[in-house]
Design a protein around this ligand. Structure first.
Ligand code: ADA
Length: 562
């Protein structure tokens, strides 16, 4: 399943789900003598007993066939972490980063069979500035769905829809990106259908091998708003018409909602919103990071059962199907680019800037239409306490602002009173672990954090406690309530939640974290992760609830969902 709805009614689109031939390789591009394995796609190679800890290179093979000559579009929703795609033996595209999708266009593929080879590399080196030994696991494989499509000379590359509430009337700003893969310029008319209203968004010429962008605002009276309690969704369809023929279409889903900031509070459609959230890694011992819909649903059921109304996609862009589920359930999302804890030294990697800016751009462009996403964020706990680091924060936050002026921006900082970047974002966010990494009292630390925000460029901005929590080893019960026991984890979370819920200056919180997760086996501080796992989950890795789960549930449910 690609999305929770069909994204095309006319474009021929097929998911290449199933078993692909597979072989480890030593070098990218080398053709193995044989493909001794068949691995499920989407999937992680770590789910196969031979590759549970494999870190290196491998190749997936799939043969497709097309009934007549056509242009082919392949979309890879996620390859971890670097993909090198070959079509009929020719290299066609590479892509870095596991958590955003990319497309491959093959013009004029002849009728018959064709071979797809995808070389995948999940090794760590200077070539990878964002995937490195860390407090989560970088898996290997075609971790998210692969789509095969047959497209015309002209096709819709993307549609970005911004709902605008003006004088109590909803409008919608369409931005349609069209690409022409033929060798001659083409005229095209663009139709937009939404909420029973069919609009001619405009006509334009698209140069040969080029692209065109069409922007149009349309009024939508009498639509229902998207809110946490009533998450009303609408399908929008974009059509391309050439010579009175339908040549392409693209369907997406949107919600009419507006997220604003006023007097240090978050407002959803003008109503104050307090985020009762949880951080979540896409990680599970049975599937690694390659979640089937059923396990996404199970996680969200447990998250909603806890009384949460928000999820932070720590620390990378999510699988779109999870975002679709949140759109449907009225769960709001803080989505962030891919980064966890880069030092200034790591940000000096020559690959950092382009890799980090690329995933930022891809995140916003690809997930733009999800009404559940209310905050775009970047660079969790990176070097925002340095002038050199601030240059990157400013660049990436500007990229987001230019792509999407409709959503507030943030980043999670652990630099306390050394933070230099609060002036760059609309929301100030703190990762603090009172009771676990420090013996501070959460109510006192919260007051200090508010002072840091006021002093360091965050005055009058909403404040979010983006991380707090404690390890609790599932099954370690103790009347001594020592650190690591489920009792102590529950105590620490109770104290934090009571302190943060009581503060009128704190507009939201995200507990670290929903479930225990696998981490990279490494040296230094990573050795503190017993069982090579981060055990701060409210449930363990098999989603078995710890004592803290019920404590959080009783507190989060004590207030209504808003
Ligand atoms: C940091 C980091 C998280 C996790 C957490 C912890 O705040 O952002 O990814 O590593 O610490 O468990 O210590």
């Amino acid at each position: 399943m690609i999305r929770l709805f069909d994204t095309h009614h006319s474009r021929i689109s097929t998911e290449l789900e199933g078993l692909w031939e597979f072989s480890p390789v030593d070098t990218i591009g080398e053709r193995p003598i044989e493909f001794p394995f068949k691995l499920p796609v989407p999937g992680c190679w770590e789910s196969h007993p031979h590759f549970g800890t494999y870190r290196g290179k491998a190749v997936y093979r799939r043969v497709i066939s097309v009934s007549s000559q056509t242009h082919i579009r392949l979309e890879f929703k996620g390859v971890s972490h670097t993909a090198h795609v070959y079509f009929d033996g020719e290299f066609v595209k590479t892509h870095y980063n596991a958590y955003t999708s990319f497309e491959v266009i093959i013009p004029n593929a002849i009728a018959g069979e064709h071979e797809i080879l995808v070389y995948v590399d999940n090794s760590f080196s200077e070539a990878s500035a964002l995937h490195f030994p860390n407090d989560y696991y970088t898996y290997g494989g075609l971790i998210r769905p692969v789509v095969l499509e047959e497209i015309s000379d002209l096709y819709i590359e993307n549609i970005m829809f911004t709902p605008l509430r003006q004088a109590n009337q909803w409008n919608g700003r369409w931005k349609v990106m069209i690409r022409n893969i033929s060798q001659s310029p083409q005229q095209v008319q663009v139709i937009g259908e939404l909420a029973g209203i069919k609009s001619i968004l405009g006509s334009c010429e698209v140069g040969s091998g080029g692209q065109a962008e069409l922007i149009q605002t349309v009024s939508y009276p009498n639509v229902l708003e998207w809110s946490l309690d009533h998450p009303s969704l609408y399908q929008l369809q974009t059509k391309l018409i050439t010579n009175e023929q339908l040549v392409d279409d693209l369907v997406d889903r949107i919600g009419f909602r507006e997220i604003n900031i006023s007097n240090g509070q978050l407002l959803l459609n003008g109503h104050k919103l307090k985020l009762k959230g949880v951080n979540r890694h896409e990680d599970h011992p049975m599937v690694g990071c390659s979640f089937p819909l059923s396990l996404m649903v199970r996680d969200l059921d447990l998250i909603e059962e806890m009384g949460c109304n928000a999820v932070r996609t720590s620390h990378y862009p999510y699988d779109e199907r999870f975002l679709d589920l949140c759109d449907e359930r009225g769960i709001v999302i803080w989505e962030e680019n891919h980064a966890r804890g880069l030092s200034l030294e790591q940000m000096r990697n020559p690959n950092f800037a382009w890799q980090s800016e690329q995933v930022t751009r891809e995140m916003v462009e690809q997930h733009f239409n999800h009404p559940s996403i209310i905050v775009w964020a970047i660079l969790n706990e990176c070097a925002s306490n340095t002038e050199e680091g601030k240059v990157h924060y400013a660049k990436q936050l500007t990229i987001i602002r230019e792509l999407d002026p409709s959503r507030p921006r943030s980043f999670a900082s652990h630099h306390r009173d050394q933070e230099l970047c609060f002036d760059l974002a609309e929301i100030v966010s703190f990762n603090l672990y009172p009771g676990w990494y420090t013996d501070e009292k959460p109510e006192e630390l919260a007051l200090e954090a508010i002072q840091w925000a006021n002093k360091l460029g965050g005055a009058d901005k909403p404040i979010i406690m983006s991380e707090f929590g404690a390890d609790g080893f599932y099954g370690f019960r103790s009347n001594n309530r020592e650190k690591g026991s489920e009792e102590r984890q529950a105590d620490i979370l109770r104290n934090c939640l009571n302190a943060y819920q009581a503060s009128t200056d704190i507009c939201g919180m995200f507990i670290w974290q929903f479930s225990d997760c696998r981490v990279t086996e490494g040296e230094g501080w990573l050795l503190t992760r017993s069982c090579t796992r981060n055990s701060k989950g409210l449930v363990d890795e098999y989603r078995r609830p710890k004592l803290a789960y019920d404590v959080v549930s009783s507190i989060y449910k004590s207030e209504d969902k808003k």
